[in-house]
Ligand binder design. Sequence first.
Ligand SMILES: [Cu+2]
Length: 452
Amino acid sequence: MMNRRQLLGAGAAGATLVSSKAWGQTMNMGLPEAAVMDSALTQSPTRPTSGPDYNPVVTLNGWTLPHRMNNGVKEFHLVAEPVERELADGMVARLWGYNGQSTGPTIEAVEGDRVRIYVTNRLPEHTTVHWHGLILPSGMDGVGGLSHPGIPPGKTFVYEFDLTKSGTFMYHPHGDEMVQMAMGMMGMFVVHPKDPDFMRVDRDFLIMLNAFDIDPGTYIPRIMTMTDFNLWTWNSRIFPDIDPLVVNQGDKVRVRVGNLTMTNHPIHMHGYDFKVTCTDGGWVPESAQWPEVSIDIPVGAMRAYEFVADHLGDWAIHCHKSHHTMNAMGHDVPTLIGTSSSNMTRQVRRVQPEFMPMGTAGMADMGEMSMPLPDNTVSMMAGWGPHGPLEMGGMFSVVKVRQGIDADDYEDPGWYENPPGTEAYEWTGELPDFAQNHSPKTQITPKPTSEG
Ligand SMILES: [Cu+2]
């Protein structure tokens, strides 16, 4: 649900940022309303009501910031503030974000637009907004202390520039950046082409890769973590509560993926090959688009790919670093595969009666295990599919390709039913000796055989 609020008493410090004429016009209108989102679910795309037509983007578990027109200028109002974000059902994080959520709302506009973006700072410290990838005047670039002074708490600054090119860009603070990005401050900025037919697709999904380090049972990210994060998120959401990418068969589909984490993420999509069509530097000419099934998204970069959704089914889409498809886990756990844990278990249970050893056969039982969890966390390998536990978490979702899905319908159609004869099945004939599992144990030290 979106609601609106007027920010009464928000200070205006724009005089040094815009010309006095522009500022005079702006003052007459007052500040634009600042829309707030209170839901972490995917919101329907916002179709344009004026100006050139475009196919709006769908931000997974996110929304698009409304704007108003003021004398031909598109005006937006971002509010940097502490937020509560549901990372998953049963897990809330206390983050910093924009307009009620982290990640912040997507900003959508059209090539050739002039935009005026009010940024109100309700954080306890200064902030700025840097417009990653956009071509703009140096003083609008949002690097605190370099482009302009930081926005003090309680103040509102105004950014204003022309959108000279279309593409996919990002926004994030460039003031106490390490802390503010670790706290969840980031969003995406999509500029649609002026020509509605240029690079047109039927479905256009947005994913921002981000990461947090939140100890189970706590609410606030550890801001000093450099690489060993324990929650790998898309738009500040973890599987199984990342919404699916719902697609009608035959649709031309684009997926735009931005990365503001501290490591690269090879995003792999099953069932299709696709072409890389855009980076945050611009569109890739058709002759230079290259095919992929996994695309590495470097740190501080965006990659968009496209495909035609010919193949019906439920297709996994995920980061290919396997630790990034797990939820909150510690990495300093010893490997117990092949060991006998019963003696150790007995000893540990004397001091911790609920102790359960993990990883003696593998970790496949984690999804089903009902270990007592502390408050405010989710299990490591969660998610159920139509055929049992999915054993996935973190950066994972499902592309659901179906027939007869309406243009603006993104509702989960449920699980795909594989047509008869198209699903892997069990061999029920005789099993020869070599194929039988006589000893389901991993031998740590192979035993000498009688032959030698
Ligand atoms: Cu990853």
